[in-house]
Design a protein. Structure first.
Lengths: 443, 283
């Protein structure tokens, strides 16, 4: 029979194509049912499942990974080609890396931690995750938090719309009392206009060649539609203009912007051109008080941020490694404790029994004070004898060496249920309710 | 004694500058900026104590020399920044202003440390203290505006030139810098105006004439007109790059005129003996 340990079976954007991922991904009630099924499987003590659009990973505290593997194969046969399996510390490390967003498609993105937290919440809600998973997950969350605060892994925008927000923020601070103008119905433009709302935009103006589509768009981004003919007056009003039309030519020319600039009394104007081919004449960006960016500029920011994140990931990995080691050591110390506890219980029981016997033989000759000191002596011998083994066992456990604990169990016969060699079990009730705390007291 | 205190203040300014610069280089260390703020406050307190002591030690002539002017301007610059920070919380500005304070203070740390002597009799006028304080405050505010304008120009170069590097992420948004420059220029102009009016009043009473084509008066008028023009231009929509450049020009002129007028002997009656219009001196 194997000791139960942590197994991870999973697939992610790195190992499996979307066709496979979408077949095994679960959420809500289905996920709950699957968790209960896992928990009920033979040899599985605890389980929890992280299921997002980029990964489905099953963590089980079990004797073998079979049940976790079945989770996938029962849903999609071809999944077995894409599965990875990790055991023990490797599985712990994987979870910590996932929570810290080191394994994400966009390294350092923030969502994944929330998703892991949700997954754990769900699993503990249906009692699939217990004490071990609780310790494991809490450690993973703490690790993720450390990584976020101690490294710059989450810094710098890595999406087009976020870059747009950063740029606009560097020009205007916030957009309180200002308006943005969305020109055209391109997808990136719409996303960016929505993202810019975080800067407290006062008004969103929308214009589009086709009025129907334009009105739809205005509803979508919470703005007001203006007919295409009003484009030039709108340029005077707006502070940020996001252009993404399908037009093959410049929609905003330098002349248009020059005229608008005068009417704007030289207030700063930010032009973001998200269309390919470009919709804004690059000459506009040369004008004073006009800040113009195209898709290439935005890409440049993104890739620079991406590189910076990769650099930060190195120090993040070091944090994860330290946390994995700390966590597994804690586990092993915990694992060594049962041996220690049994050893001490056994020895104390013997000491008490022997003291009882001696005192019983002596009868009434001894007064209360002498009796007490004989009992104390027995206890002291136990403490002194067990002091060094206790220290050694704790130290061995802390360095991850489990052989010594096994040897101790073997040597003192702790594996056998108590009884053999204990012909002199103390009479019931004679045992003191609790042994005094070990070692410290008698030294 | 006052010189030792001034040197201690300079040391504190240096520590504060180091804190702010560290924060600027590594924005993660917000504590460095906080330390910078504490040390800057300490430096201002020590600096003020040094000024008080110098008044006793030297008798007052001190404040009519170039050196005294620098000592006053530096403390007002630092003090004003501390005040501004309460409202704006832009610790990255500290990385520009604190070293500027130190630079202004530096020439005063060497040599004798003050010109002993009573204030000239000609200047025993009740409004003289206010005149000097408002003039120095004006210079300090223009100095602060200068620091912020430098930041604006640096940031504009990054934002417009699409250089999204370290400076880009560390400097505050353009708009905040622009607004701050504008407010500082306005306040400085106000203070400078008060100083000029008081100056005219004092000149009228001690020299019998409010205006005597003294180079100091002429340059002050020019600088006053320049900053006044900036305040007006702001209403006409001038801002950003052009405004920041004007702020630089204004402060450069101001510093240039102060240094020239104080170092060339006899060029202005606003130095030395304060005897009044040259005509009288000749007679």
């Amino acid at each position: 029979m194997n000791e139960p340990q942590l197994f991870l079976v999973g697939l992610s954007h790195k190992s499996a194509p979307i066709e496979v991922r979408e077949r095994v991904a679960l959420n809500g009630a289905d996920l709950k049912a699957a968790l209960l099924q896992l928990r009920a499987s033979q040899g599985v003590e605890e389980a929890f499942v992280v299921s997002t659009c980029n990964r489905v990973e099953v963590f089980v505290q079990a004797e073998a990974e079979e049940a976790a593997r079945r989770f996938f194969t029962s849903r999609a046969e071809q999944a077995s080609d894409h599965l990875y399996v990790k055991v023990g510390a490797d599985a712990v490390r994987h979870l910590f890396r996932v929570a810290a967003s080191l394994d994400s498609m966009v390294v350092g993105e923030q969502q994944i931690l929330g998703q892991v937290k949700e997954a754990y919440g769900l699993a503990s809600g249906v009692q699939a995750a217990g004490g071990y998973m609780s310790r494991l997950c809490n450690r993973a969350f703490a690790t993720a938090k450390r990584v976020r605060t101690e490294t710059g892994i989450g810094r710098g925008a890595t999406s087009m719309s976020q870059v747009a927000v950063d740029l606009v923020e560097k020009i205007f601070g916030d957009l309180k009392g200002r308006s943005i103008l969305l020109v055209g119905a391109g997808k990136m433009g719409t996303l960016s206009a929505k993202a810019l709302r975080v800067l407290n935009v006062e008004r969103v103006l929308v214009t589009n060649r086709s009025p129907e589509r334009g009105r739809q768009l205005a509803d979508q981004v919470g703005g007001v539609f203006h007919p295409w003919a009003e484009l030039e007056p709108l340029l005077v009003e707006a502070d940020v203009v996001i252009v993404s039309t399908g037009a093959p030519t410049f929609v905003l020319t330098a002349d248009m912007v020059r005229v608008a600039k005068k009417k704007r009394r030289h207030r700063n104007l930010c032009l973001i051109d998200l269309a390919v081919p470009r919709n804004v004449d690059p000459a506009c960006a040369q004008l004073d008080d006009v800040f113009g960016y195209d898709v290439d500029d935005m890409q440049k920011v993104m890739s620079a941020n991406h590189q910076a994140r990769q650099g930060e990931a190195v120090s993040a990995e070091a944090i994860v490694e330290a946390e994995v080691i700390a966590f597994t050591r804690e586990r092993e110390t915990r694992a060594a404790l049962p041996v220690l506890v049994t050893l001490r219980q056994r020895a104390e029981a013997i000491a008490r029994a022997e003291a009882e016997r001696t005192l019983a033989k002596a009868g009434d000759v001894l007064d209360e004070r002498v009796r007490a000191s004989i009992e104390a002596m027995a206890q002291a011998i136990v403490n002194k004898l067990l002091h060094l083994p206790t220290v050694k066992l704790k130290a061995a456990a802390a360095t991850g060496e489990s052989a010594l604990a096994g040897a101790a169990a073997e040597l003192f016969g702790l594996d056998q249920p108590s009884g053999s060699g204990r012909r002199d079990t103390p009479p019931n009730g004679a045992a003191a309710p609790a042994a005094p705390p070990p070692t410290e007291e008698d030294e | 004694m006052s010189l030792e205190l001034l040197r201690l203040a300079a040391a504190l300014y240096a520590v504060a500058a180091a804190g702010y610069l560290l924060y600027f280089a590594r924005p993660r260390h917000t504590l460095a900026a906080r330390f910078g703020g504490w040390f800057l406050s300490g430096a201002v307190v020590v600096h003020l104590a040094a000024i008080g002591l110098a008044c006793k030690e030297f008798g007052g002539l001190e404040w009519f020399t170039l050196r005294g002017g620098f000592v006053l301007t530096a403390v007002l610059l630092a003090g004003t920044y501390l005040l501004v920070q309460r409202f704006y919380h832009l610790p990255s500005v500290g990385a520009f202003v604190t070293p500027l304070t130190l630079i202004i203070l530096l020439p005063t740390l060497f040599g004798e440390g003050g010109a002993p002597g009573e204030a000239p009799a000609a200047l025993k006028h009740p409004a003289i203290t206010l005149h000097i304080m408002t003039a120095s405050l004006g210079v300090a505010l223009f100095g602060l505006a200068f620091g912020v304008a430098v930041m604006y120009l640096l940031q504009e170069r990054e934002v417009k030139g699409k250089r999204f590097g370290a400076l880009f992420s560390r400097l505050p948004p353009l708009d905040s810098l622009d607004k701050l420059t504008d407010r500082l220029v306005r306040l400085g102009f106000l203070s400078f105006t008060v100083a000029a009016i008081l100056g005219a009043v004092i000149a009228r009473s001690v020299w019998k004439s409010a205006w005597s084509w003294d180079p100091q008066q002429v340059s002050t008028l020019l600088i006053w007109l320049l900053y006044g023009g900036m305040v007006q231009a702001r209403h006409l929509g001038w801002h950003g790059r052009r405004y920041a450049l004007l702020t630089l020009v204004g402060f450069a002129l101001l510093m240039g005129s102060i240094v020239t007028l104080r170092t060339v002997p006899g060029i202005t009656m606003h130095a030395g003996e304060y005897k009044g219009p040259r005509a009288e001196v000749v007679r």
